[in-house]
Design a protein around this ligand. Structure first.
Ligand SMILES: [Zn+2]
Length: 98
């Protein structure tokens, strides 16, 4: 699950809030981010599910807040692992996920 950024630094996995159509907040989206150059990339395993979720909202969605983890099994697993890591910094949750 380790990923290298185009700048050469290892990227970390975190959960981000993504705003869609400036109205819909999608919470708990797993994103790789680089602490060095701040570029980021949605976890490849879930990009298809995110696209489907956005498509289901249509082009003129009503303002709302959605938890992606509630709609996606993998995102829910990642959310739990990230929370666990906050309590136990020594847990290698990236290996656990693989
Ligand atoms: Zn980078």
């Amino acid at each position: 699950m380790h990923k290298q950024c185009q700048c050469g630094e290892p990227m970390g996995l975190e959960l981000r809030k993504v705003i869609y159509a400036s109205k819909v907040e999608i919470l708990h989206v797993p994103v790789f981010s680089c602490p060095s150059c701040f570029s980021s990339e949605v976890l490849q395993h879930v990009t298809k599910d995110i696209k489907e979720l956005l498509q289901s909202l249509g082009s003129k969605p009503a303002p709302r807040r959605i938890s992606f983890a509630r709609n996606n099994e993998l995102a829910e697993i990642i959310r739990k692992l990230v929370l666990e890591e906050a309590d136990n910094p020594n847990v290698d949750w990236q290996s656990a996920l693989e």
